[in-house]
Structures are given as C-alpha cells and as structure tokens.
Design a protein around this ligand. Structure first.
Ligand code: PYC
Length: 317
C-alpha cells in the first residue's frame, strides 16, 4: 500500500483468446504454506482483488486473475492462486500458460521445463523453443460415465463427470448449435445444466462442486478433432478450449478406449483456437494430460486502488 491506496503491478496476457491478469506484486500478504493452505488467507485479506482487478471499470468479467506467489517447494519456480469473478478457482491451465509467458516476459524464466505449484498440485510447464507452452497437468480421470440430469426446458441431459484440475460435466452432441454467433444460447444451456446438477445434488468425487460445463461437437474445420464451449463459474464462457476442460476430455477419451498413449487430440474452442493434447497413463483410469497452447503478453500496468474512488473495488452487479 502507498498512502491510502493500493498499487498493484499486473501483467496481462491471453491464451488462445482467454485473458489472464497476473498479479506480480502489491497484493496483501496472504500467509505461508502450500498454495492450498494459503487459500483462506486470500479470502480473508485479498478477496477484494477479484472485483477490483477483474471487474469494471478496470477489467471485465471473463478475466482470470493469477496471484503470483513464492513456493516453499524447492523444485518449483513459483506458486500461483487463480481467481475469477465468482471466487477462487481450483486450477486454471490457460492461466498457467499465460503465467509462463508472463514469467518469460519478466525475464524470470527461459525456454525449458519449469515446475509450478497450484492449489491442486504441482504441474510441469515446458516453454517450447517455438514459444508455445506445454503443461503436464495434475492427474486427471473420468469419475462417472453418462450421468443423467433433468434440465428444465431441455429434458434429460447426459454427460460424463471428470476431473482435470476442476470438476467438469461433459456433454457430447446435445444442446444448442456450437457456433460463435450462438454464445448466448450456449451460455443459457450450460448455466441451466450447472444449476440442475447442483439442485440434483450431483457432484464430483467427495462432493466436489461441478463448476464447469463443457459441450462438445464436431470440429469447424480440419484444424481440430472437436469443438467445445465451456461455461465457467461466474457465468462467463472460456474463450480458449479450456485447459483443465481439455484435460478432463482427454481422461474421458482414454477411459473410453478412444485415446492411446502417443495419440494427439486437437481441441478447438468456440472461437476456433486450438489446444493440442495427449496423455501419459497412470494407474487405473488416471492420466497425466499434456496440453499445449499459445499465449501472448498484451499489457503491463499498475492498478491503483484509491479507497476514495466510489468504484475502487469494482462495479458489482
Ligand atoms: O484453462 O483451465 C482452464 C480454465 C479454467 C477456467 C478458465 N480457463
């Protein structure tokens, strides 16, 4: 804090269209420990960053925030806590790719392998010589197959429940047309599915809240194997193919016998940008997803939070 104001240094990027705002410094102290152990400290001391940094008038609702932290794990170059307009995220893979490009931009890392601690585990990110980033994600798996839920206005909708660092409900070939000019129809459908899952008490393993809904359909062109639309908590869709969502998809494909080690899956977003994925098998139906995408740093600024500003902490709706 300087005087009565916060001055927060941020670097912005987008990963295949989806924005990430990395907080480099100026945030309140949220304590020590693992990233998971620091989450209550974020909620207590730094939660104001979410509306202040990601909401109007400084940001917009689709932005994902990433608080850069030191990690107590010797092998990790840093730790990170992800947040969005609705709260803390378990994990964010497009945000990890954005973070890697941000660390390169600041001169902290160069091409090669870097371990990063997230609240759900350590991931290995490789900054490739061509500038793309490959993330070896946390172990991912299909938890339940073809779960039916009654969705008002749509009837019975079936989907798989899978973990890719967040909990996903994956719906294939059902719902509104997957087209960029149909974002509002897709948003209404996926939000209705999310509400219906919650009302029906359908969750991930150990009661994990399913806070992402992913709809799949055929690809728009030969660049990819499938196109998706991913709804995130907070009501904004992912402009990228969603890295944790692609991880969940890869795990489902593997479990269904449709993806083998060495196979490549190209997942496109609703904007037709692409993540490339493959898997390394673990025990049972678990895999390590490898997801490759590109990000570009597109801004660097000092956010000033003056408590006398009527919208110092964002415009909340
Ligand atoms: O890429 O994992 C992801 C993600 C989660 C929410 C938005 N993007």
């Amino acid at each position: 804090m300087s005087g009565n104001s916060y001055r927060i240094n941020v670097i912005d990027s987008h990963t295949e269209g989806e924005p990430t705002r990395v907080v480099i410094d100026g945030a309140p102290d949220i304590g020590t420990g693992t990233m998971a152990e620091r989450l209550p400290g974020f909620v207590e001391h730094a939660d104001f960053l979410r509306p202040a940094l990601l909401g109007e008038p400084r940001g917009f609702e689709a932005m994902v925030g990433a608080l850069l932290c030191d990690s107590e794990l010797e092998e990790c170059v840093c730790g990170v806590i992800f947040f969005n307009n609705a709260g803390l995220l378990n994990h964010c893979l497009h945000g990890t790719i954005g973070l890697v490009k941000t660390l390169e931009f600041t001169g902290k890392i160069t091409a090669g392998e870097h371990r990063i601690e997230t609240p759900v585990g350590v991931v290995t990110a490789t900054l490739n010589p061509d500038g793309s980033v490959t993330v070896a994600n946390v172990p991912s798996y299909r938890y339940r197959e073809s779960v039916a839920v009654e969705v008002p206005g749509w009837g019975e909708v079936k989907g798989d429940i899978a973990w890719g660092g967040n909990w996903f409900f994956l719906v294939e070939g059902f719902g509104p047309e997957l087209a960029q000019d149909n974002i509002s129809g897709l948003s209404d459908f996926t939000l209705a599915v999310m509400d219906a899952l919650e009302s029906a008490g359908i969750s991930g393993e150990n009661g994990g809240r399913i806070d992402h809904v992913e709809v799949f359909g055929p690809p728009a062109d030969e660049k990819s194997d499938s196109r998706n639309f991913v709804m995130c908590p907070g009501g904004e869709y992912d402009r990228s193919p969603c890295g944790t969502g692609t991880s969940a998809k890869l795990a489902c494909l593997y479990d269904a016998g449709k993806l083998k080690p060495g196979d490549i899956w190209r997942q496109s977003s609703i904007l037709n940008t692409v993540f490339t994925g493959s898997i390394e098998p673990l025990e049972g139906n678990r895999v390590i997803p490898l997801v490759t995408g590109r990000a570009w740093v597109n801004g660097q600024s000092v956010i000033v939070i003056d408590p006398n500003d009527p919208f110092a902490f964002g415009i909340t709706r």
